[in-house]
Design a protein around this ligand. Structure first.
Ligand code: NDP
Length: 292
Protein backbone atom coordinates (compact mmCIF):
# COMPACT_ATOMS: atom_id res chain seq x y z
CA UNK A 1 0.00 0.00 0.00
CA UNK A 2 1.27 3.50 -0.86
CA UNK A 3 2.44 5.48 2.22
CA UNK A 4 0.02 8.11 3.49
CA UNK A 5 1.01 11.58 2.35
CA UNK A 6 1.47 14.46 4.82
CA UNK A 7 -1.90 16.14 4.10
CA UNK A 8 -3.92 13.15 2.87
CA UNK A 9 -7.62 13.65 3.51
CA UNK A 10 -7.22 17.33 4.47
CA UNK A 11 -9.43 19.87 2.73
CA UNK A 12 -7.53 23.11 2.10
CA UNK A 13 -8.70 26.49 0.76
CA UNK A 14 -5.91 28.70 -0.60
CA UNK A 15 -6.97 32.19 -1.65
CA UNK A 16 -4.96 33.91 -4.37
CA UNK A 17 -3.83 30.57 -5.79
CA UNK A 18 -4.02 31.54 -9.46
CA UNK A 19 -0.51 32.97 -9.15
CA UNK A 20 2.65 33.45 -7.10
CA UNK A 21 2.89 32.25 -3.49
CA UNK A 22 -0.67 30.92 -3.42
CA UNK A 23 -0.19 28.81 -6.53
CA UNK A 24 3.08 27.35 -5.21
CA UNK A 25 1.30 26.56 -1.93
CA UNK A 26 -1.57 24.83 -3.74
CA UNK A 27 0.92 22.74 -5.73
CA UNK A 28 2.75 21.65 -2.56
CA UNK A 29 -0.50 20.76 -0.77
CA UNK A 30 -1.63 18.76 -3.81
CA UNK A 31 1.72 16.93 -3.93
CA UNK A 32 1.19 16.08 -0.27
CA UNK A 33 -2.21 14.50 -0.89
CA UNK A 34 -4.57 17.34 0.14
CA UNK A 35 -7.95 18.14 -1.37
CA UNK A 36 -7.36 21.63 -2.66
CA UNK A 37 -9.61 24.59 -3.50
CA UNK A 38 -7.81 27.06 -5.74
CA UNK A 39 -9.24 30.47 -6.50
CA UNK A 40 -8.57 33.84 -8.11
CA UNK A 41 -10.26 36.32 -10.46
CA UNK A 42 -8.18 35.63 -13.56
CA UNK A 43 -9.64 32.56 -15.34
CA UNK A 44 -6.63 32.06 -17.60
CA UNK A 45 -4.13 32.04 -14.75
CA UNK A 46 -6.41 29.82 -12.69
CA UNK A 47 -6.60 27.38 -15.60
CA UNK A 48 -2.77 27.31 -15.76
CA UNK A 49 -2.66 26.58 -12.01
CA UNK A 50 -5.26 23.84 -12.47
CA UNK A 51 -3.20 22.19 -15.25
CA UNK A 52 -0.06 22.35 -13.13
CA UNK A 53 -1.81 20.60 -10.24
CA UNK A 54 -3.56 17.99 -12.39
CA UNK A 55 -0.17 16.91 -13.76
CA UNK A 56 0.82 15.95 -10.21
CA UNK A 57 -2.21 14.15 -8.94
CA UNK A 58 -3.87 10.88 -9.79
CA UNK A 59 -7.06 12.19 -8.16
CA UNK A 60 -8.59 15.01 -10.26
CA UNK A 61 -11.58 15.01 -7.90
CA UNK A 62 -9.29 16.35 -5.17
CA UNK A 63 -9.19 19.72 -6.96
CA UNK A 64 -11.87 22.41 -6.73
CA UNK A 65 -11.44 25.48 -8.94
CA UNK A 66 -13.41 28.66 -8.16
CA UNK A 67 -13.27 31.90 -10.11
CA UNK A 68 -14.11 34.51 -7.48
CA UNK A 69 -13.42 38.05 -6.39
CA UNK A 70 -12.65 38.18 -2.67
CA UNK A 71 -13.94 41.72 -2.39
CA UNK A 72 -17.42 40.53 -3.26
CA UNK A 73 -19.36 38.52 -0.67
CA UNK A 74 -20.81 36.21 -3.34
CA UNK A 75 -17.25 35.33 -4.30
CA UNK A 76 -16.44 34.44 -0.69
CA UNK A 77 -19.60 32.32 -0.39
CA UNK A 78 -18.81 30.49 -3.65
CA UNK A 79 -15.37 29.53 -2.36
CA UNK A 80 -16.65 28.24 0.99
CA UNK A 81 -19.83 26.54 -0.29
CA UNK A 82 -18.20 24.78 -3.24
CA UNK A 83 -15.45 23.45 -0.95
CA UNK A 84 -18.05 22.07 1.47
CA UNK A 85 -20.08 20.57 -1.37
CA UNK A 86 -17.03 18.92 -2.96
CA UNK A 87 -14.96 17.86 0.06
CA UNK A 88 -17.56 17.93 2.90
CA UNK A 89 -15.35 19.87 5.34
CA UNK A 90 -12.61 22.46 5.70
CA UNK A 91 -9.40 21.58 7.57
CA UNK A 92 -7.06 24.37 6.54
CA UNK A 93 -7.63 27.95 5.38
CA UNK A 94 -4.75 29.84 3.77
CA UNK A 95 -5.57 33.55 3.46
CA UNK A 96 -2.91 34.38 0.91
CA UNK A 97 -4.53 36.77 -1.60
CA UNK A 98 -3.35 40.33 -1.28
CA UNK A 99 -2.03 43.20 -3.32
CA UNK A 100 -0.26 46.51 -2.97
CA UNK A 101 -2.75 48.15 -5.31
CA UNK A 102 -1.63 51.28 -7.11
CA UNK A 103 -3.56 54.14 -8.70
CA UNK A 104 -0.49 56.27 -9.26
CA UNK A 105 -0.71 58.11 -5.94
CA UNK A 106 1.94 57.64 -3.26
CA UNK A 107 2.80 58.55 0.32
CA UNK A 108 0.27 60.76 2.12
CA UNK A 109 -1.16 61.63 -1.31
CA UNK A 110 -2.61 58.13 -1.69
CA UNK A 111 -6.34 58.46 -2.35
CA UNK A 112 -9.15 57.42 -0.02
CA UNK A 113 -10.54 55.13 -2.74
CA UNK A 114 -7.18 53.37 -2.75
CA UNK A 115 -7.28 53.11 1.05
CA UNK A 116 -10.67 51.38 0.85
CA UNK A 117 -9.63 48.96 -1.91
CA UNK A 118 -6.35 48.15 -0.19
CA UNK A 119 -7.99 47.35 3.14
CA UNK A 120 -10.75 45.40 1.44
CA UNK A 121 -8.46 42.84 -0.20
CA UNK A 122 -5.62 42.74 2.34
CA UNK A 123 -7.65 42.85 5.55
CA UNK A 124 -11.44 42.71 5.21
CA UNK A 125 -11.43 39.70 2.87
CA UNK A 126 -9.40 37.78 5.47
CA UNK A 127 -11.80 38.75 8.26
CA UNK A 128 -14.78 37.66 6.15
CA UNK A 129 -13.20 34.36 5.08
CA UNK A 130 -12.48 33.54 8.71
CA UNK A 131 -16.01 34.42 9.82
CA UNK A 132 -17.47 32.24 7.06
CA UNK A 133 -15.23 29.23 7.77
CA UNK A 134 -14.93 29.43 11.56
CA UNK A 135 -17.66 26.91 12.42
CA UNK A 136 -16.23 24.42 9.92
CA UNK A 137 -12.66 24.85 11.19
CA UNK A 138 -13.87 24.34 14.77
CA UNK A 139 -15.44 21.03 13.70
CA UNK A 140 -12.14 19.79 12.24
CA UNK A 141 -9.88 21.51 14.81
CA UNK A 142 -8.27 23.12 11.82
CA UNK A 143 -5.54 25.57 10.93
CA UNK A 144 -5.49 29.11 9.54
CA UNK A 145 -2.39 30.64 7.98
CA UNK A 146 -2.51 34.29 6.91
CA UNK A 147 0.01 35.69 4.47
CA UNK A 148 1.14 39.06 5.77
CA UNK A 149 4.30 41.01 4.85
CA UNK A 150 7.31 42.61 6.47
CA UNK A 151 5.59 45.81 5.29
CA UNK A 152 3.32 45.30 8.31
CA UNK A 153 6.21 45.23 10.80
CA UNK A 154 7.82 48.09 12.73
CA UNK A 155 9.92 49.49 9.87
CA UNK A 156 8.25 52.18 7.77
CA UNK A 157 7.73 51.97 3.99
CA UNK A 158 6.52 55.49 3.39
CA UNK A 159 5.50 55.17 -0.28
CA UNK A 160 2.54 52.84 0.32
CA UNK A 161 1.17 53.49 3.81
CA UNK A 162 -2.24 51.82 3.30
CA UNK A 163 -0.79 48.47 2.26
CA UNK A 164 1.59 48.56 5.24
CA UNK A 165 -1.20 49.55 7.63
CA UNK A 166 -3.48 46.79 6.26
CA UNK A 167 -0.76 44.17 6.86
CA UNK A 168 -0.16 45.57 10.38
CA UNK A 169 -3.87 45.25 11.05
CA UNK A 170 -3.71 41.69 9.76
CA UNK A 171 -0.84 40.88 12.15
CA UNK A 172 -2.76 42.15 15.17
CA UNK A 173 -5.94 40.43 14.00
CA UNK A 174 -3.95 37.18 13.69
CA UNK A 175 -2.82 37.47 17.31
CA UNK A 176 -6.28 38.37 18.65
CA UNK A 177 -8.20 35.62 16.89
CA UNK A 178 -5.47 33.07 17.59
CA UNK A 179 -6.08 33.59 21.29
CA UNK A 180 -9.83 33.22 20.79
CA UNK A 181 -9.83 30.24 18.45
CA UNK A 182 -7.19 28.14 20.20
CA UNK A 183 -9.76 27.44 22.93
CA UNK A 184 -11.72 25.51 20.25
CA UNK A 185 -8.59 23.77 18.98
CA UNK A 186 -8.13 25.99 15.89
CA UNK A 187 -4.62 27.38 15.38
CA UNK A 188 -3.98 30.70 13.64
CA UNK A 189 -0.54 31.88 12.49
CA UNK A 190 0.96 33.91 9.70
CA UNK A 191 4.01 34.31 7.53
CA UNK A 192 5.57 37.68 6.70
CA UNK A 193 7.62 37.51 3.51
CA UNK A 194 10.15 40.02 2.26
CA UNK A 195 10.81 40.22 -1.48
CA UNK A 196 9.41 37.25 -3.40
CA UNK A 197 9.50 37.07 -7.19
CA UNK A 198 5.82 36.75 -8.17
CA UNK A 199 3.24 38.74 -10.09
CA UNK A 200 3.10 41.14 -7.13
CA UNK A 201 4.94 44.07 -8.74
CA UNK A 202 2.96 43.60 -11.96
CA UNK A 203 -0.26 43.69 -9.94
CA UNK A 204 0.90 47.05 -8.57
CA UNK A 205 0.68 48.30 -12.15
CA UNK A 206 4.36 49.20 -12.37
CA UNK A 207 5.23 50.49 -15.83
CA UNK A 208 7.12 48.30 -18.30
CA UNK A 209 10.47 50.03 -17.77
CA UNK A 210 10.60 48.44 -14.31
CA UNK A 211 10.25 45.01 -15.79
CA UNK A 212 12.85 42.84 -17.41
CA UNK A 213 11.54 39.75 -19.19
CA UNK A 214 13.64 36.88 -17.92
CA UNK A 215 12.41 33.31 -17.67
CA UNK A 216 13.18 31.99 -14.21
CA UNK A 217 14.17 28.43 -13.43
CA UNK A 218 10.91 27.94 -11.52
CA UNK A 219 8.20 27.08 -14.04
CA UNK A 220 5.47 27.91 -11.53
CA UNK A 221 6.38 31.57 -12.01
CA UNK A 222 5.28 33.91 -14.70
CA UNK A 223 8.21 34.44 -17.06
CA UNK A 224 8.76 37.81 -15.48
CA UNK A 225 11.56 38.92 -13.31
CA UNK A 226 11.94 42.48 -12.24
CA UNK A 227 14.90 44.81 -12.43
CA UNK A 228 13.80 46.14 -9.07
CA UNK A 229 14.03 42.66 -7.54
CA UNK A 230 17.44 42.14 -9.12
CA UNK A 231 18.64 45.45 -7.67
CA UNK A 232 17.45 44.48 -4.19
CA UNK A 233 19.07 41.05 -4.39
CA UNK A 234 22.43 42.53 -5.31
CA UNK A 235 22.32 45.22 -2.63
CA UNK A 236 23.03 43.97 0.89
CA UNK A 237 21.23 46.96 2.40
CA UNK A 238 18.04 45.54 0.88
CA UNK A 239 18.47 41.76 1.16
CA UNK A 240 21.48 40.59 3.19
CA UNK A 241 21.01 37.00 1.96
CA UNK A 242 21.71 38.25 -1.59
CA UNK A 243 18.70 36.75 -3.34
CA UNK A 244 14.95 37.17 -3.67
CA UNK A 245 12.72 34.35 -2.47
CA UNK A 246 10.82 32.12 -4.85
CA UNK A 247 7.16 31.38 -4.09
CA UNK A 248 8.12 27.90 -2.98
CA UNK A 249 10.29 29.29 -0.17
CA UNK A 250 7.19 30.84 1.37
CA UNK A 251 4.92 27.92 0.48
CA UNK A 252 7.12 25.56 2.53
CA UNK A 253 6.64 27.77 5.59
CA UNK A 254 2.87 27.85 5.01
CA UNK A 255 2.80 24.03 4.93
CA UNK A 256 4.90 23.89 8.12
CA UNK A 257 2.44 26.20 9.91
CA UNK A 258 -0.49 24.13 8.58
CA UNK A 259 0.98 20.87 9.85
CA UNK A 260 0.03 20.23 13.44
CA UNK A 261 2.57 17.44 13.75
CA UNK A 262 5.37 19.90 12.96
CA UNK A 263 4.22 23.16 14.55
CA UNK A 264 1.52 22.44 17.15
CA UNK A 265 3.02 24.75 19.79
CA UNK A 266 3.16 27.82 17.51
CA UNK A 267 0.04 29.93 18.10
CA UNK A 268 -0.64 33.48 16.91
CA UNK A 269 2.86 34.07 15.56
CA UNK A 270 4.22 35.41 12.31
CA UNK A 271 7.32 33.84 10.80
CA UNK A 272 9.41 36.46 9.03
CA UNK A 273 10.98 35.13 5.82
CA UNK A 274 12.88 38.00 4.26
CA UNK A 275 16.52 37.03 3.74
CA UNK A 276 17.46 39.35 6.60
CA UNK A 277 15.87 42.51 5.14
CA UNK A 278 14.16 43.59 8.35
CA UNK A 279 17.39 43.23 10.35
CA UNK A 280 19.13 46.00 8.45
CA UNK A 281 19.22 49.51 9.84
CA UNK A 282 20.60 52.49 7.94
CA UNK A 283 23.84 52.24 9.94
CA UNK A 284 24.49 48.55 9.39
CA UNK A 285 23.71 48.81 5.69
CA UNK A 286 27.20 50.18 5.08
CA UNK A 287 30.59 48.52 5.45
CA UNK A 288 32.14 49.96 8.62
CA UNK A 289 35.63 48.85 7.55
CA UNK A 290 35.47 51.21 4.59
CA UNK A 291 34.77 54.15 6.92
CA UNK A 292 37.59 53.56 9.38
P1 NDP B 1 0.64 37.67 -6.95
O1 NDP B 1 0.19 38.98 -7.52
O2 NDP B 1 1.55 36.81 -7.75
O3 NDP B 1 -0.62 36.81 -6.48
C1 NDP B 1 -1.68 37.40 -5.81
C2 NDP B 1 -2.86 36.47 -5.82
O4 NDP B 1 -3.95 37.12 -5.14
C3 NDP B 1 -3.30 36.13 -7.22
O5 NDP B 1 -3.65 34.77 -7.29
C4 NDP B 1 -4.53 37.02 -7.40
O6 NDP B 1 -5.46 36.39 -8.25
C5 NDP B 1 -5.10 37.07 -5.98
N1 NDP B 1 -5.95 38.25 -5.79
C6 NDP B 1 -5.56 39.54 -5.74
N2 NDP B 1 -6.64 40.33 -5.59
C7 NDP B 1 -7.73 39.51 -5.54
C8 NDP B 1 -9.12 39.72 -5.41
N3 NDP B 1 -9.67 40.94 -5.29
N4 NDP B 1 -9.95 38.64 -5.41
C9 NDP B 1 -9.44 37.40 -5.55
N5 NDP B 1 -8.12 37.13 -5.67
C10 NDP B 1 -7.29 38.18 -5.67
O7 NDP B 1 1.33 38.08 -5.58
P2 NDP B 1 2.06 37.23 -4.43
O8 NDP B 1 1.99 35.79 -4.67
O9 NDP B 1 3.35 37.87 -4.23
O10 NDP B 1 1.13 37.65 -3.19
C11 NDP B 1 0.61 36.71 -2.27
C12 NDP B 1 0.60 37.33 -0.89
O11 NDP B 1 1.96 37.57 -0.48
C13 NDP B 1 -0.11 38.67 -0.78
O12 NDP B 1 -0.89 38.70 0.39
C14 NDP B 1 1.04 39.67 -0.68
O13 NDP B 1 0.65 40.83 0.03
C15 NDP B 1 2.06 38.85 0.08
N6 NDP B 1 3.44 39.33 -0.04
C16 NDP B 1 4.11 39.28 -1.25
C17 NDP B 1 5.42 39.73 -1.32
C18 NDP B 1 6.21 39.71 -2.60
O14 NDP B 1 7.33 40.27 -2.62
N7 NDP B 1 5.73 39.09 -3.66
C19 NDP B 1 6.10 40.27 -0.14
C20 NDP B 1 5.33 40.22 1.07
C21 NDP B 1 4.04 39.78 1.10
P3 NDP B 1 -6.14 37.07 -9.55
O15 NDP B 1 -5.20 38.06 -10.10
O16 NDP B 1 -6.40 35.87 -10.42
O17 NDP B 1 -7.39 37.64 -9.00
Amino acid sequence: MAPTKRFSGKSVIITGSSNGIGRATAVLFAKQGAQVTITGRDEERLEAAKKQILKLTSKPNDLNVVVANLTDSKGLDDIVNSTLTKFGKIDILINNAGANISDGTLNTDQSIELYQKTFQINFQAVVEMIKKTKEHLIKTKGEIVNVSSIAGNEQAFSATPYYCAAKSALNQYTRCIALDLIQYGVRVNSVSPGVVVTGFLGAMGLPDEFRDKVTTSDDSLEPLNFQMANFMASNKACIPAGFCAKPNDIAEIILFLSDRKKSQYIVGQSIVADGGTSLVTGMTAFDMHEMI
